[in-house]
Design a protein around this ligand. Sequence first.
Ligand code: E4P
Length: 216
Amino acid sequence: MKIFLDTANIEEIKEAVSWGIVRGVTTNPTLMNRAKADYATSIKEICEIVKGPVSAEVLAQDSEGMVKEAQKLSEIDKHVNVKIPISIEGLKAIKELSALGIKTNCTLIFSANQALLAASAGATYVSPFIGRLDDTGNDGMEVVADIVQILENYDFKTEVIAASIRHPMHVLEAAMLGADIATVPFAVLQKMVQHPLTDRGIKLFLEDAKKAGLKI
Ligand code: E4P
């Protein structure tokens, strides 16, 4: 499973990219607002750091407006894919953008049927929002499992991005289910590295190295 970073924060992106594990980045208007940066400039900068798929979301609600905005966003860098919220207008836009060769990430997916429709319209990625489903008493991971199964059954090329990740178990479960990608907030990525037994093990080895007088 590929790891994308779910942020528009340049410092976080630079840091996580230096770990050698980031294959792409997803942004949304909320994350852009947190980063307090100019939209196009920020997307360009992220593309230069990551050199992999970067999602930027449209704001228009009608298909014509979405296509226009998507064309503008995709001109920023060849790595940009355009986030289109699932809706009838969104499906029309995905169909057109797919014909134009512009990659799309169908976002705000909360059911397997929504993902099936987005994939059928030609979406490059579908993003089920796990955490937000869990928050409302639903099982976000069940939706991911259904989507992975359906796309596999019918050999869709569309990739599944497990999104709205809240903790390391979400990443682990998405990986076990066969999601193609998990887009992970920086804080969750930091938690994934940590284990108390690793810290204890390092401390013990260093103490023993000192006792043995080891030098390299
Ligand atoms: C990513 O594509 C989504 O926009 C993001 O994961 C949403 O996460 P949230 O539910 O924590 O806002």
